[in-house]
Design a protein around this ligand. Structure first.
Ligand code: MG
Length: 386
């Protein structure tokens, strides 16, 4: 049965994929990309997303987004758009659910701190780490490390990449060197991510009290939809008003993305994934929507991501990551046995071995959930804690 028979000619398909790194028999009851999605959902890294920060640290409240609920929202938005454009829903779902697997604890603060720690050892980049999780770190199968995902899923996970890293990645990095595009599904998952976080950060920001609706009125996109909600439901207030506003914003972004992308795809007359790779990016917002989204992002940066209460958590997170890293680099014997494999005392060791140790420490720290990192920090630095 061809589950992908109704897709557009420019959609990704199992049959014309660049395949898996280790050959496997084709699945009987699902597409190759469904199999990828299923492997991602069953992975260990996926379950950890439940306890990893998006903006708010996990213990700050039960109702804030975590990386898990964020990833599910991204997948939902991406699938709605994919169905409208007749793109491969299973592929966008797989990419969306996997896109944050490599994130450190404590969100962007954690990523920046770990990158600074890894400065002399090849750096740390969460996109690359997501790929490392699905290619190497997951231990699920007898025949290979990682999840052995399809090329197109791995390509979608690797959103950005420096030229130096691209050269090391071989076929997967080539598009960054050739300045070519990934599949439309990968382009779509990327923008669905933006739609999800811009909107849920408003919701979480208001819920936490760090943002007020009065402040948000300076964002045109929010204010316009808020006025519309008050016109339809006079006197509406509180959570209901916020939700009615945000659902309209998400819908407006989705509709704009479907329209604009649909027009671009037909204007470019692409007939295959190969054409898509050679064309300019086609999944996009209209210019006016782009302007509105930029204003919203600027607002969130200034008022939420740099709120002093968020800064305090960010500062603590940086300290925790740095102190964990330094402790494990100084005394690798403190690492759990699995992470010590191949490491000896690095005293006087050659630079290659130090780099290997640093990468193992980075893998260990990046895999931690927020609460695990805090607990591990207490275990190492508090005498009373074991
Ligand atoms: Mg994301």
């Amino acid at each position: 049965m061809d589950f992908e028979a109704n897709l557009a000619p420019y959609a990704a398909r199992s049959a014309v994929s660049r395949g898996r790194r280790f050959a496997e028999p084709a699945p009987a009851s699902r597409t190759e990309f469904q199999r990828d999605r299923d492997r991602i959902i069953h992975s260990t890294a996926f379950r950890r997303l439940e306890y990893k920060t998006q903006v708010f640290v996990n213990h700050e409240g039960d109702l804030f987004r975590t990386r898990l609920t964020h990833s599910i929202e991204v997948a939902q938005i991406a699938r709605s758009i994919a169905r409208n454009l007749r793109l491969n829903e299973d592929l966008v779902e797989a990419i969306s659910l996997a896109h944050d697997l490599g994130h450190t604890p404590f969100g962007h603060a954690g990523q920046e701190a770990l990158n600074a720690c890894m400065h002399d050892y090849g750096g740390f980049e969460h996109n690359l780490q997501s790929l490392r999780v699905v290619d190497k770190l997951e231990e699920h199968y007898g025949a290979f490390d990682g999840l052995n995902l399809m090329f197109e899923t791995r390509e979608g996970i690797l959103k950005h990449c420096s030229a130096a890293n691209a050269r090391m990645l071989g076929d997967l990095g080539q598009r960054f060197l050739d300045k070519k595009q990934p599949t439309l599904e990968a382009q779509l998952a990327n923008l669905a991510d933006e739609i999800a976080y811009n909107n849920h950060d408003i919701d979480d920001g208001l819920r936490s009290g760090l943002l007020t609706t009065a402040q948000l009125d300076e964002v045109d996109f929010y204010a316009r939809h808020r006025r519309e909600v008050e016109r339809v439901y006079p006197g509406i207030a509180g959570r209901r008003a916020i939700h009615e506003t945000i659902r309209r914003m998400i819908n407006a972004l989705i509709v704009d993305l479907i329209d604009t992308s649909g027009q671009r795809v037909s204007a470019a007359q692409v007939k295959s994934v190969e054409d898509v790779r050679n064309a300019p990016p086609m999944i996009a917002f209209s210019e006016s929507m782009d302007r509105e989204a930029s204003q919203l992002k600027r607002f969130l940066r200034q008022n939420l991501y740099q709120h002093y209460q968020v800064n305090r958590m960010t500062s603590k997170a940086r300290r925790i990551i740095r102190e964990l890293f330094d402790a494990f680099m100084g005394e690798p014997r403190l690492l759990p046995p699995d992470y010590q494999i191949g490491l000896r005392d690095t005293h006087g060791a050659d630079s290659e071995r130090v780099r290997l140790q640093a990468r193992k420490v980075a893998d260990y720290i990046a895999g931690m959930t927020d609460r695990y990192a805090m607990r591990e920090h207490r275990r190492l630095f508090t005498v009373e804690e074991i």
